[in-house]
Design a protein around this ligand. Structure first.
Ligand code: URA
Length: 246
C-alpha cells in the first residue's frame, strides 16, 4: 500500500473525520512507532508502522489474513443469528468489519480455515484455475480397501459430478485408519462423499494444509493467529509431494 497521510489513515479507519484526526494528532493522542507526531500530513506506512490512538493500537492494514484452527461444532460463516460462527470466535482485538471465511468447512470438520476481509484473495484462492490443493486428515469407519487409492486417482464418480484426480494415503493402519486425502476441488461434503462412494465413511475430518500453507499445530482448536500477507500467499504455492511430508 505504501505511505499515506496519517490523518487520511485515521479517517479511513473511521477513527475520526479528517478534521478531527488533525486535532487528535496535534493534541499528541496519536503515536507512530511509540513517538508522538505533530503534523496531520506525516506520512506513514500502515503495513509497517505501528500507530496508536489514545494508547490503543490501530490495525490500519488494508486487509487482514487470519489462520484459525476451526473446532468442530462451529459454523463456517460470517455471522448467523442462531448459531455460533467462526467469526464469533475471533478475539475482540482482532475483529474487523467484513471478515468472512475464505472457503467453508462442514460444521463438524476441524482444522485449517482462513478468515479474511480481502474478497479478491478469497476469490483467487477458490477459483478452479488457481489449482489450490487442500489436504485433509480423516479417521475412517473401516479399513481402506485395495484399489481405493487408485479409484481416487482416476477420478471418483459421485452421481452428480466426476471428481478430479485425488490422492489417498494411509497414515496409520487399523480398524479405524487415519488417512491423508489431497483434493483440489471443494464441493459440498466432498471428502465425505468420496469415501461413501468407495463404501467407507468419514468419522472425523480435519483440514491440515491449503497449498503450501500448513495448519500451525501450536494453535489450539478455536485459536486464531494473523498471517503476514506473504504467509497468506503460500496458499498459491505448490503443496509438495504427498509421499515426502507428514
Ligand atoms: N470435505 C468434506 O466432506 N467436508 C469438509 O468440511 C471439507 C471437505
Amino acid at each position: 500500500m505504501g505511505k499515506e497521510r496519517l490523518d487520511k489513515i485515521l479517517a479511513s479507519q473511521n477513527i475520526a473525520s479528517r478534521r478531527e484526526a488533525g486535532l487528535l494528532i496535534r493534541r499528541g493522542a496519536v503515536l507512530v512507532n511509540g513517538a508522538p507526531v505533530a503534523k496531520a500530513d506525516f506520512k506513514v506506512d500502515p503495513e509497517l508502522d505501528e500507530i496508536t490512538v489514545n494508547g490503543r493500537i490501530l490495525n490500519a492494514k488494508k486487509y487482514v489474513y487470519y489462520m484459525m484452527n476451526k473446532p468442530a461444532g462451529v459454523l463456517s460463516a460470517a455471522r448467523d443469528s442462531r448459531a455460533k460462527t467462526v467469526v464469533d470466535l475471533i478475539p475482540p482485538g482482532m475483529q474487523r468489519r467484513g471478515l468472512f471465511p475464505a472457503g467453508r468447512l462442514d460444521k463438524d470438520t476441524e482444522g485449517l480455515l482462513l478468515i479474511t476481509d480481502d474478497g479478491a484473495f478469497a476469490h483467487r484462492m477458490l477459483a478452479p484455475k488457481s489449482h489450490v490443493f487442500k489436504r485433509y486428515e480423516a479417521v475412517l469407519e473401516s479399513p481402506v480397501s485395495e484399489g481405493d487409492a487408485e479409484r481416487f486417482e482416476k477420478g471418483l464418480e459421485l452421481g452428480d459430478m466426476t471428481c478430479l484426480p485425488a490422492q489417498l494415503r494411509v497414515l496409520q493402519e487399523g480398524p479405524n485408519p487415519l488417512v491423508l486425502v489431497r483434493i483440489r476441488e471443494g464441493k459440498f461434503h466432498q471428502v465425505k462423499r468420496m469415501f461413501l462412494a468407495v463404501g467407507n465413511r468419514v468419522q472425523r475430518l480435519k483440514r491440515v494444509q491449503i497449498g503450501a500453507l500448513c495448519l500451525d499445530e501450536a494453535l489450539a482448536p478455536g485459536e486464531v493467529r494473523e498471517l503476514s500477507p506473504k504467509e497468506a500467499e503460500l496458499v498459491f504455492e505448490p503443496d509438495g509431494n504427498l509421499y515426502e511430508i507428514h
